[in-house]
Design a protein around this ligand. Structure first.
Ligand code: GSH
Length: 259
């Protein structure tokens, strides 16, 4: 752990690092070394800057920030190339995809940028000291399911969405569509079995759930519940309902605003 939230549990930042200047009584953090801040200016540079859009990958970061009560400022970055593939955005994430963050109070006390939702979840969990288990065994199991989401349900459900609902739905050859339908159904079966007798994927509520549940929810958005046999997976159904009941989740799902 490199940083714990304030003892009052509000997630207040630690003392400012060397990149911070003092202006009168108020600390002013300088994020100008990050070119993205010229296009998406920080009104509160002392807070974590979130660059995102409320997609399954994007909401993971917002949900984590909400759950951990870390102070942050969200910037809406739509998915068009003029945004995610712009020079400003790729200066922070060369891969040109949301989400990405800048933490003005990074591990060594200086501003720190990070992309890839799984890496962001692990970073925020370490920073806050929350949702990454209490023991090494728990931590490794949480990381296991997080990696399962990042390499499994995320890319596979994403491809299913493309071939079933989005740009690829008009392709006549049924093979890509069937491939991802079958793979999504198989992955649902894995999650269904793992949830037998437990409320959360790694035992206690963790960043693995913040990663996994938004992708289970995406099946509904893709209109793919029937083809993947969603309702034949009662543990998954109950799990998603449990997740969506959390106030931090309900808030995080709407961040950043799209209008
Ligand atoms: N592995 C990345 C994937 C991120 C990702 O695919 N983001 C999508 C939205 S969910 C995106 O930015 N798409 C825009 C594009 O690919 O041009 C992560 O988990 O952060």
């Amino acid at each position: 752990m490199f940083h714990k939230p304030g003892a009052d549990g509000t997630g207040k930042m630690a003392d400012r690092g060397p990149d911070t200047t003092i202006s009168g009584e108020r600390n002013v953090t300088d994020l100008s070394q990050f070119p993205i801040t010229a296009r998406w200016p920080a009104a509160h540079p002392d807070r974590i800057q979130l660059y995102s859009y409320p997609t399954p990958n994007g909401v993971k970061a917002a949900i984590a920030l909400e759950e951990m009560a870390l102070p942050y400022e969200a910037h809406t970055v739509p998915l068009g190339d003029e945004y995610v593939k712009s020079a400003a955005f790729t200066s922070l994430n060369p891969n040109g995809k949301i989400p990405a963050i800048i933490d003005p109070d990074g591990p060594d006390g200086t501003p720190f940028g990070l992309f890839e939702s799984g890496a962001i979840l692990l970073y925020l969990a370490e920073k806050s000291g929350r949702f990454l288990g209490e023991t090494a065994r728990e931590r490794h199991e949480i990381q296991q399911w997080l990696m399962f989401q990042m390499g499994g349900t995320g890319p596979m459900f994403g491809q299913l969405g493309f071939f079933y609902k989005l740009g690829g739905a008009e392709i006549e050859d049924p093979r890509p569509r069937n491939r991802y339908i079958n793979e999504a159904r198989r992955l649902l079966g894995v999650v269904e079995t793992a949830l037998d007798g437990r409320d959360w994927i790694a035992g206690s509520y963790s960043v693995a759930d913040m990663a996994l549940a938004p992708w289970l929810r995406a099946l509904d958005f893709y209109g793919a519940r029937e083809v993947t046999g969603w309702h034949d997976h009662p543990n998954c159904v109950a799990y998603l309902e449990r997740f969506l009941e959390r106030p931090a989740v309900r808030t995080g799902l709407e961040i950043p605003p799209t209008a």
